[in-house]
Design a protein around this ligand. Structure first.
Ligand code: GLA
Length: 712
């Protein structure tokens, strides 16, 4: 029987030998080809090839999904041990199918199989034509009698052949996330990864820019942007071999995560999401932005609320009266919502600091006698919505939850506990814990249906790694934790499909597109100093649209004006976290006007196309603009710390229609201030604005201008 099956596979493979499998978007394509050996190769990844006859000229390329134990000597995509101890895997083409799926996308499934062992791999590619984005994952299944152990299990292996490769990474730490640095890749490996578990992206976000032949440029050159949809340990390995070929192996970080699958059990990897652009990184980012809004972000095409948060204004020190006062401030500002942060729960161990109470989600009676219900009622009475902070995956050892359910906590039974921010992570691999975490949201919503928003935080990486529930499968914990989290988030989304939620993880500790299927936006950093935020928002903008990023006006860096802080926050989803009574009358009026401007311009800033015009990494000035079609645009320009006597250049705009005339109007001005943009009030052609540009910069420190352009 087995022999017959092998023969059938070979016939099927030889029948299609040389056949190209074309995975296409409107401008990009990935071509896979079945070789004479019956194995699958990657002859092309890049610009879409329009002449069918040219395909014959393509070389076979490298094996598409490399396995361990055969003739390849570099890092494989898949390595496993069969139930008889054999460590090798050979994958031959069996069949493929292509079908149209929702959202104008095409799904291509290529099925591969080992001729000697009943192991099957399906490579699944989803191509979004309009946005030029491709997603790629692998599914592994076997029919061996005993379990098979997976050691490496990449989502994707991609090959490139260029004269030079440049890699941009986005690394940092708490309060200084996503610093961009570019390195040339020569022979050998460079890996970007994380093994932090829950707060997985604290040191490095799961995203990379690969630039071919020359360093990354905004408006020209071939680039690939890749990001992994996985809310846990990830890994990207870039390996240049002795022939100068580059392979990128992306997926879950297999470190300390050998995974055993039983017969018939399917192991599905997360998806690598990538886009290719021959017009530089700006175009590639816009591809991902529109893909995210249309296909991934929770309520990606919907509206977003402005808000006033109390975290930096009060920290843990508040009561009902103080909160009611801040709700009044929200009304004064004209924002849509009040967001209550950390510090509202716990009775045996009230959450009066970050050392206790986490896990006990009952309102602190001494602090909030009327509970969340009263606060929702107060906010609603004042005409603002009510949002609430939770951190449901975590526990302080000083809590009732810890006392009752030690077995729900990820902790080593025989070692002293080590804490990150005085807390431990709950074991979401355990279905009982999943029920408990879902129950926190469900109870709050059932008792207080008026809650209009959650800020879902996650402040600790997984430490003391051991799960009572997983017993002899400890190496599954990093992966099963994430699947447990998805089970919970899936249930929340199913029951509350319209509930907006902010993804937060001590700032930007969680920033991936799988999580963002469940969240409307994320908190990029606890650092809200506008000079720092310029860099942080610039970094994230390579992968995330402004709509997905929250930015709040706070009191960090009071050396900068309220206008400067607001102008920086207004490039993303605007919010405030500031004591309104500390503002002067003029500043308050300015903030109210800015909220009104933001509400009016949301379709441009949050849903438009973003153009990064001048990089803050290149000097002391930066500018970004947004366009909605070619009729409306908003330009933000900032002077950071310019040198005396510096030569200033006009900023050339992008994305306009050269033939149209645009009226230039400076907005977001302090009451009584005179416009500082020289051409304010004039009507100028799109051609002029794009070829000669606007004079927007000055030699003042921390100064900003915002300009609205309207086609006449
Ligand atoms: C994290 C978040 C902050 C705030 C605090 C509350 O640090 O990033 O925004 O919510 O937790 O403890």
């Amino acid at each position: 029987m087995k022999k017959l099956l092998i023969a059938a596979c070979l016939i099927s493979a030889s029948a299609v030998c040389g056949q190209n499998i074309r995975i296409q978007t409107s401008e990009t394509e990935l071509i896979l080809r079945v070789g004479e050996s019956g194995r699958l190769y990657q002859p092309h990844l890049g610009k879409k090839l329009s002449n069918e006859s040219d395909l014959d000229l393509l070389p076979q390329g490298r094996e598409a999904y490399l396995t361990h134990g055969l003739e390849d000597y570099y890092l494989p995509g898949l390595r496993l041990t069969h139930n008889d101890g054999n460590p090798s895997l050979l994958l031959e083409y069996v069949s493929h199918e292509v079908r149209a799926i929702e959202g104008g996308a095409t799904e291509t499934i290529v099925r591969l199989k080992d001729p000697e062992y009943p192991v099957e791999v399906a490579l699944v590619y989803t191509a979004y034509a309009a946005e030029n984005v491709i997603k790629s994952r692998a599914e592994i299944i076997h029919g061996e009698k005993k379990p098979v152990t997976l050691h490496n299990y990449a989502s994707s292996v991609l090959h490139f052949d260029a004269a030079k490769y440049y890699l941009t990474e986005f690394s940092g730490d708490w309060a200084h996330e996503v610093n961009m640095s570019e390195t040339r890749l020569d022979f050998g490996k460079k890996t970007l990864d994380s093994k932090l578990g829950s707060r997985a992206n604290m040191f490095c976000s799961p995203m990379f820019v690969l630039s071919l032949d020359s360093p990354r440029q905004e408006r020209s050159g071939e680039v690939v942007l890749g990001t992994l949809g996985w809310t846990g340990n990830f890994s990207f390995t870039f390996e240049v071999d002795h022939t100068g070929g580059l392979r990128i192996i992306s997926g879950i970080n297999p470190e300390a995560s050998e995974y055993t699958i039983a017969r018939g059990e399917r192991f599905t990897t997360p998806e690598l999401i990538f886009t290719y652009s021959a017009e530089g990184v700006g175009r590639a980012s816009r591809n991902i932005h529109s893909w995210a809004r249309r296909h991934t972000l929770k309520n990606g095409l919907g509206d977003r609320s402005t808000l006033l948060n109390n975290w930096e204004a009060t920290y843990f020190d508040f009561d009902e009266d103080k909160l009611a006062g801040i709700m009044d401030d929200a009304v004064t500002l004209g924002v849509d919502m009040f967001l209550l942060d950390d510090g509202w729960f716990g009775n045996k161990y009230p959450r009066s600091s970050d050392t206790q109470g986490l896990g006990d989600w009952d309102e602190t009676a001494s602090k909030l006698p009327g509970g969340i219900g009263k606060l929702v009622e107060t906010a609603t009475g004042k005409g603002v919505r009510f949002g609430l902070w939770i951190e449901p995956e975590m526990v302080n050892p000083k809590s009732e939850l810890y006392e009752k359910h030690l077995d729900w906590v990820i902790r080593l039974p025989n070692r002293e506990e080590y804490y990150f921010r005085n807390q431990l992570v709950l074991d979401l691999s355990n279905p009982e814990v999943q029920d408990y975490v879902f129950g926190i949201v469900d109870r709050l919503m059932t008792e207080n249906p008026g809650i209009a928003y959650f800020k879902w935080d996650c402040n600790s990486p997984i430490t003391n790694i051991y799960s009572t529930y997983l017993a002899d499968r400890q190496s599954h914990l990093y992966i099963d934790f994430v699947h447990g989290l998805y089970n919970v988030l899936e249930r929340v989304k199913a029951r509350y499909p319209d509930l907006p939620m902010m993804l937060c993880s001590g700032g930007g500790g969680r920033t991936d597109y799988k999580a963002l299927e469940y969240f409307t936006e994320f908190w990029p950093s606890d650092n809200t100093d506008p000079l720092e935020r310029i860099f942080i928002q610039w970094g994230y903008s390579h992968f995330f649209p402004s709509k997905a990023m929250c930015a709040h006006v706070t009191s960090w860096n009071k050396n900068t004006s309220v206008k400067f802080r607001t102008d920086v926050a207004m490039m993303c989803k605007l919010g405030f976290d500031i004591m309104i009574h500390e503002l002067s009358e003029a500043e308050l009026q300015f903030c109210k006007d800015a909220v009104a401007n933001f509400d009016r311009l949301k379709p441009v800033i949050l849903d438009g196309d973003q153009y990064r015009l001048v990089s803050p990494y290149d000097g002391q000035h930066t500018a970004i603009m947004y366009t909605a079609g070619t009729d409306k645009a908003v330009v933000f320009a900032y002077d950071m710390n310019p040198r005396y006597g510096e030569m200033l250049r006009p900023v050339k705009l992008e994305g306009l229609d050269a033939q149209k005339m645009y009226r230039i109007e400076e907005i977001n001005m302090m009451p009584g201030a005179h416009p500082s943009v020289r051409m304010n009030g004039r009507t100028v052609s799109g051609e002029w604005l794009m070829t000669r540009g606007l004079e927007l910069f000055s030699t003042s420190r921390a100064r900003s201008v915002v300009v609205e352009l309207t086609a006449q």
